[in-house]
Write a protein of this length. Structure first.
Length: 112
């Protein structure tokens, strides 16, 4: 038997936002959402008539993409890599609140 999801997980994964509403919430052009989808950075759900619908999780993911691109200057290829790395860490059982413990690793990444 499958585990029941907490009510807030169900609500946050429920796709309710149209592309125009999502783009308004995120303050970006609707075409940008389509670019993110074509780059496999997001995967909005589709209605039976094949219209895109975005969930709160999708909105949060795009906000993370915006942070990486706007604040940190990461290009979309880099964003894809960062997101895959974070997903792999979570799959391995690392909680994201433990990531601060990895900050010491940045010293290893600096050129000698």
């Amino acid at each position: 038997m499958g585990r029941a999801q907490p009510a807030n997980d169900i609500a946050s994964s429920r796709a309710v936002f149209t592309p125009s509403i999502a783009s308004e919430i995120l303050n970006l052009h609707p075409r940008t959402l389509m670019i993110y989808e074509s780059e496999n950075l997001i995967k909005p759900q589709r209605t039976v008539t094949n219209r895109r619908r975005y969930s709160e999780e999708d909105i949060r993911r795009v906000q993370a993409i915006q942070f990486l691109t706007r604040e940190k200057g990461v290009n979309l290829a880099g964003v894809k890599y960062v997101l895959r790395l974070l997903e792999a860490l979570v799959r391995q059982g690392l909680e994201l609140d433990q990531v601060h413990e990895l900050q010491g690793l940045q010293d290893l990444a600096r050129p000698a």
